[in-house]
Design a binder for this molecule. Structure first.
Ligand code: PLP
Length: 394
């Protein structure tokens, strides 16, 4: 009796759910300490102490009817103003309150902007490998997802193929950097080249093409790598940000969209996004969390912990003979499967109690994703298992 569209969504999500269930079953059988679960991007670090203090301060200092009440669907004006100022300070931009829309995480923000922009049949381009949920987000609004195949040399965007895939129907492009699942940060050179392509295609077709960035991992970068702020390179850019990873708050569902005043049809886009936030059923981003993050915009998790994991895992797996992409950001390692069939490889890994995700879920078969937002002991315990697993394929 359920809708045909939902049948597809349920089937699509069952693989991840199956993995989650499998992890629980294995932990019950063998003990949690003997199961190496690298399947989820759920931060293992507690939120910074400032976040807890901010929540307490909000509850003590602000009026309960204000803190827990409805507000403008785009969020509290003072918080949007603070967010704008904070971005301006970090990135040398010139945003104001009207450019910020508080959202229910990055997922909420992406759904809002896609609902705002898409008519049925409009095309949205994504670069493989990409976060699999984009398929559903685009299909929610009857858009057509157009995939650009992966550049398996360095996992930077494949711009040659991209240029050929931009058509008169292209309404939006989604870019995710630092990337899930590769951890790769798209270079300034490539963001510039991508922007140039979009500008010339807009001119050729007489259309507006919106570049949407999905950046929950913006703050999680290593070795001083910088992540270009795309509004500086392209006028029709919309930023989707989230505190899920940067402040370890994924369950709290808080983030924002930046819609610069320079985007085509700015007033209409902002008005529509405000309504989209409401009628998608979010109404507004969680009120207490808006107030809390507004007080700790410069707080950070200790990225040194992820960096230690990154190095241990990258070095250990490389020594064991795995071919890995060295990640500059996020908390994922993308590893070439020693056999062509990545799904089969992930199944074989389960024998060693290793839970990893096939690249097929990210439209990049032949690779697997290892999420290293786990305890360091999980990595040191797992490395000998990965070694044994590799021996099977030598
Ligand atoms: N986009 C990417 C690339 C992600 O990896 C995730 C979560 O893992 C999301 C969006 C969703 O983030 P949020 O929890 O902020 O909705």
């Amino acid at each position: 009796m359920i809708s045909k569209k939902m049948v597809g969504y349920v089937q699509g999500s069952s693989a991840i759910r199956a993995m989650f269930e499998e992890g629980k079953k294995m932990s019950a059988l063998y003990g949690a300490e003997n199961v190496y679960d690298f399947s989820l991007g759920n931060p293992n670090l507690a939120p910074p102490e400032e976040v807890k203090q901010a929540i307490l301060d909000v509850l003590h200092e602000e009026s309960p009817t204000f803190v827990h009440g409805y507000m403008n669907n785009s969020g509290y004006e003072d918080i949007r103003q603070k967010v704008a100022e904070n971005i301006n300070q970090k990135h040398g931009t010139h945003f104001e309150t009207q450019n910020i829309l508080m959202t229910v995480g990055a997922a909420g923000g992406l759904n809002v902007i896609l609902k705002t922009l898409l008519d049925p049949g409009d095309e949205v381009i994504v670069f493989a490998p990409y976060f699999g949920e984009y398929r559903s987000y685009v299909s929610n609004f009857d858009g057509v997802l157009v995939e650009v195949s992966p550049n398996t040399v360095d996992f930077q965007p494949n711009l040659e193929e991209f240029e050929k895939k931009v058509t008169a129907k292209t309404k939006a492009v989604i870019v995710n950097s630092p990337n899930n699942p590769t951890g790769v940060v798209y270079t300034e050179k490539n963001i510039t080249a991508l922007s140039n392509i979009l500008r010339s295609k807009q001119e050729e077709f007489g259309t507006s093409i919106y570049l949407i960035t999905d950046e929950p991992y913006r703050e999680l970068v290593y070795d001083g790598v910088s992540v270009p702020y795309v509004t500086k390179y392209y006028k029709n850019a919309v930023i989707g940000y989230s505190y899920s990873k940067s402040l370890s708050l994924p369950g709290e569902r808080i983030g924002y969209l930046v819609i610069p005043s320079e985007v085509d049809d700015f007033q209409d886009v902002v008005a529509a996004a405000n309504v989209a936030n409401r009628i998608l059923g979010y109404v507004n981003a969680p009120s207490l969390m808006q107030r809390a993050v507004g007080r700790c915009l410069d707080a950070e998790v200790n990225i040194g912990v992820y960096d230690k994991n990154r190095k241990a895992l990258y070095n250990g797996l490389t020594e064991a003979g795995y071919d890995c992409i060295r990640p500059d950001g996020a908390f994922y390692l993308f590893v070439k499967s020693p056999i062509e069939n990545d799904v089969e490889f992930c199944n074989r890994a389960k024998k060693y109690h290793l839970l990893i995700v096939p690249g097929t879920s990210f439209a990049c078969p032949g690779y697997v994703r290892i999420a290293y937002c786990v305890a360091y002991e999980t990595i040191t315990g797992a490395l000998p298992k990965f070694k044994e697993l590799m021996e099977e394929f030598k």
